[in-house]
Design a binder for this molecule. Sequence first.
Ligand code: 26Q
Length: 819
Amino acid sequence: MNKRLSKSEFKAAIESNIKTLYRKTIDEATVDQVFQAVSYAVKDIIIDEWIATHDEYEKQDVKVLYYMSMEFLIGRTLGNNIINIGAIKEVREALSELGFDLNAVEDKEPDPALGNGGLGRLAACFLDSLATLGYPAYGCGIRYRYGMFKQKIEKGYQVEVPDEWLKNPYPFEMKRPEYAYEVKFGGNVRVEKKDGKDVFIHENYNSVRAVPYDLPILGYKNNVVNSLRIWDAEAITNFSLEHFDRGEYQMAVEQENLARTIVEVLYPNDNHYAGKELRLKQQYFFISASIQRAIARYKEKHNDIKKLHEKVVFQMNDTHPTVAVPELMRILLDEEGLNWDDAWAVTTKTCAYTNHTIMSEALEKWPIDLFSRLLPRIYQIVEEINRRFVESIKKAYPGNEEKVADMAILYNNQVRMAYMAIVGSFSVNGVARLHTEILKKQELKDFYLMMPEKFNNKTNGITQRRFLLHANELLADWVSKKIGSDWICNLSAISKLKDYLDDEKAAMEFMDIKHRNKVRLAAYIKEHNNIEVDPDSIFDIQVKRLHEYKRQLLNILHVMYLYNKLKDDDGFDMYPRTFIFGAKAAAGYRRAKLTIKLINSVADVINNDSSINGKIKVVFIEDYKVSNAEIIFAAADVSEQISTASKEASGTGNMKFMLNGAITLGTMDGANVEIVEEVGKDNAFIFGLSSDEVIKYEKDGGYDPLEIFNKDSEIRKVLMQLTNGYFSAENPGMFKEIYDSLLYPDEGGRADIYFILKDFNSYAQAHERIDKAYQNKKAWARMALLQTASCGKFSSDRTIEEYVRDIWHLKKVEVKMPK
Ligand code: 26Q
């Protein structure tokens, strides 16, 4: 380990940073200032390893992965960085002697929320694993001025507040102006003949300068520091007086505006496509800059651009970065002078694509007029890619015009980005086994039949270093005491805990830690919601983005049902349960926002009804994000993973809960299937339709929720409460929209399209099994410990090793530091 600082050296570094940054002594410093000072002390250590890592990459001339993603939900980095440089003890003690608490200092870091949810957090877990495993990689993304909005709950409604994460300088980022590139938009393309060849001249365009900022991504105690490179936009034409009297004034203003707006804000849609021009600008902006840089770096050492794929691989995180395909073609054709076939061979050996969804409303389809206006040269290339691809479809299926309609990249005046991603890539992967099978058999069947060799599965994973080592110190220490610390870099070693399954003392220690974590969450809830919750009750938690397919509505309707039973049925009793929710809704997603209001309205009534003796509490945690997620996962008994089967590609929260010993209550969807496979079906609470059944109903019809409504008086009562003001006395009609969606056909002619009523009774029965199981403390403890002991497969380290083996073919690098 490099330059191991002792406690006293840390103290000195912190004090000296306080002095140079703020002209203050440590006694006068605020906690915010101490956060900055500690961060700079840590950064000092990181810098040497950062340099050494990149020297080693240069020296060994390694192949590099560029992970292209519109989102990196990295969360706070100080705590993780301190752990990864192996200095947690020294820093904590140094701060304590200076009169500060490390946790309080960590809390001062803004939570960089450059992502929406699963896909963005996955990218962050992957960077963590890549660095820890020693693989050369860059994350490439956007330096949004405003990340994911902060959520406030006012009168039960979500209110969005801008996330000003850059209000104070962010200590870990480094501006790299020497790697700036120009990115061009709009204008037109003129063709000229030069030496008998067509030359494409892009003119009358607007452009911006893309300027990268690097964030260090540390491996765990291995001296490796990779980079997350996020691009900022600056105006190329700065205001200058000489332009004032000419038409260029307008131009200068436009370029300033363009630069400012491009990186202004992360689109807060999760799993939903909105065809906004600015979004496409963002996509092309960071892709063009990233690829220009990757090629320039390649050319520093290599002169045969046809061998680019030997040293470079671009992984596209969903379709959002798919303009990488035509942009790489543009550079190879127009700037490197390759012919089409050579350029296409290089491109399709360099690009790979990950699919994260089959939901039709999430598929990116850009209107051709918008696309071609914004990216005229790129569009020409897309046309040619499409022309050649259509030709190959016709060759494979002579006379079959339907195939062309089903598969063409350009169709119905739209650019179908997923199809371009598949055609331009050598690898197409899904993110859990079931999801990949659905892709192959249903959504992308035509492509699978035509190019089966491209398709593969990479079941998602999570980093145990953040979601156990950092998030749940008590449990992490306990695990290490029992089985050693191998699990930190090799999660499959955690299965050694299985030796303790029938050791009652160990099981009780495990549950005692769970209890202490529940006390920690209860304190958080008291502070933020002013609600008292009982740490002895079952903590039943659903935290994830709010989306109809994730069925938070099923959860809250079931809470209403239980409440009715407590009130109406004297013979009914239940173990005390705390239902905890956390979810952001996309700002424009009306029904999702109404569901948040419903949860809060139900919470208000139930939490204030003393007649039920506190048997049920309902809590909506405001502003669910990476930093409070860490506290939440550690405290869960039950993990709600209740999406409509076939809709959740994988899920990753399910794995974070499992790692922390919560038991899954879920459908056979996404990675739940593989979780159940690891723990055994008796150690999970599974309910509901299978994905095959859902898909069959969707195809053939045959489901009518009104039948259930008419037959089942308990369900009917719950639904009536949505329209009779039971939970919204001030406005009885408030939840009518939700009621209608469950019973009456939508514009597509179907009612209850997420099968909430269909799965309701099966869900209620699974809850009854939980109620019973929890009362056997010993059996529950064993089952909880088994979750942690069985989660080895779900490390993102395993996922990354599979990507490396099957797709990226990277070589591990060791970084040695002088002692
Ligand atoms: C698209 C176009 C315009 C604006 C926004 C978007 C957009 C943004 C984010 C579309 C989709 C997303 C995010 C998708 C996502 O998070 N998917 C999740 O990915 C996880 C990691 O693979 C899976 O575990 C989840 O199942 C999947 O829902």
